[in-house]
Design a protein around this ligand. Structure first.
Ligand code: CTP
Length: 401
């Protein structure tokens, strides 16, 4: 979204207030945001709010002599890369579907050429009404028209069901996807993420500090670029990236089973998960009591299966990307040895000691080692940008295959 010109269209629903957050998120992502509002939208949130948040004048009126000096609606359409309608009311969707053009939003829509993202918000019965169904069918059949949400849940009107506008973060992600190059279309990608939990008893486990953020960023980026994405995740509170098939697992053994069952159909597997190397030998079936365990407790641990090494031995095998989180000074040596032992195409290694890299952070500083001998140190980058670099490299290998 960075440097892209986004036209955020706000229409008249209670959910309009959520678009203030969306506007902020878009600006934060580096987009240049212009906001257009229907008259009804101005009943819910004032244009002043959006003017301040977008740092741009807000367009509300087709016949505003100030704005129409340059034929405002054509100017607005021509100077936007993406048209986002959030929230999109049943009325606005109907007008867009039928090509009406009697206010600023509808005329701008007709004049716009580019991707359109719709985030509907309405009462569940309105959403399910045959008229709305028909309108949605018409809209989504049009080239480059995309839908985000609506979600299920309790609504302002008291009803429960489909019609809740998507969350601002989801709309942001979908907006990014609308503009991303679809260079991974048709590619199936499996990403493992997070750490595993190895049960000691029903309430305790052996775990690690992985947050899952790197793997989730990879899944979101791959999906945004058009890939079919499966995300096999250890326990994580992170929300699923939009459009990704998520498989939740707990233990290393479950993760191994989930990945192996899907490995033959993947073009690319990225092992970003911090898989436990050891698991308690005989987990207790009931909660372990101190009286029973005594003053000192010794746990016997067994080695788990090395998932990546197993994938590396497949023939034929998908493109394989490994990770290595290390706390060593000779990272080069350790990373290369690990890559060779696991048989992957490249390995993404980082020293997890600095505060700006590794577990739980939003940024990462990695070195990418390739099987051919290459070494590519990257600067500190947001995890999503690291994900993009990893996928660029994987795509290069896929294209050569
Ligand atoms: N990995 C795996 N299965 C395991 C352990 C690790 O597939 N049981 C994968 C990780 O997902 C990662 C890579 O192997 O992509 C390296 O993981 P890491 O924990 O750094 O390496 P280990 O092989 O466990 O070696 P060590 O812990 O001794 O450094």
């Amino acid at each position: 979204l960075s440097g892209k010109r986004v036209l955020l269209v706000v229409t008249g629903g209670i959910a309009a207030y959520k678009s203030a957050t969306l506007c902020r998120l878009l600006v934060k992502a580096g987009a240049m945001v212009r906001v257009a509002m229907t008259r009804a939208a101005c009943e819910f949130v004032t244009p002043t709010t959006f003017a301040a948040l977008s740092d741009n004048p807000v367009s509300t009126d087709l016949f505003d002599p100030l704005q129409e000096g340059r034929i405002g609606h054509i100017d607005l359409a021509d100077s936007s890369d993406l048209f986002v309608v959030a929230p999109a009311t049943a009325n606005t969707l109907a007008r867009m579907a039928r090509g009406m053009a009697d206010d600023l939003v509808s005329t701008t829509y007709l004049a716009f050429r580019g991707p359109v993202l719709l985030a509907p918000a309405m009462n569940v019965h309105m959403w399910q009404h045959p008229a709305t169904r028909e309108n949605m069918e018409l809209l989504l059949a049009r080239q480059d028209h995309h839908l985000v949400g609506p979600g299920d849940g309790e609504m302002a009107c008291g009803h429960v069901g489909a019609g809740r506008v998507a969350e601002p973060e989801q709309i942001l992600q979908a907006a990014g996807a609308c503009l991303a190059a679809q260079d991974l279309k048709g590619v199936s990608v499996l990403v493992s993420a997070g750490g595993t939990h190895e049960a000691i008893d029903p309430v305790r486990y052996v775990g690690n500090r992985s947050s899952g953020k790197m793997g989730f960023a990879l899944a979101a980026e791959a999906r945004a670029r058009g890939a079919e994405v499966t995300l096999v995740s250890g326990p994580s509170a992170l929300p699923s990236p939009l459009g990704v098939d998520r498989v939740d697992v707990e233990s290393a053994a479950q993760m191994a089973a989930a990945i192996k069952a899907r490995s033959r159909t993947q073009d690319l597997i990225i092992m970003a998960a911090a898989v436990a190397d050891y698991t308690p030998r005989d987990p207790w079936s009931t909660k372990l009591k101190k009286e029973a365990a005594g003053a000192r407790l010794t746990l016997k641990l067994d080695r788990t299966e090395d998932i990546l090494a197993g994938l590396g031995a497949m023939d034929p095998r998908p493109i394989l990307v490994g990770f290595a989180a290390e706390t060593v000074d000779n990272l080069d040596e350790v990373a290369r040895a690990k890559m060779a032992a696991k048989g992957c195409d490249f390995l993404v290694a980082n020293d997890v000691r600095p505060a700006d890299a590794g577990f739980g952070t939003d940024t990462n500083r990695v070195v990418i080692y390739s099987a051919g001998g290459g070494r590519d140190p990257l600067p500190v980058l947001p995890k999503r940008a690291v994900a993009a670099k990893i996928l660029d490299r994987a795509l290069g290998i896929l294209q050569k295959r």
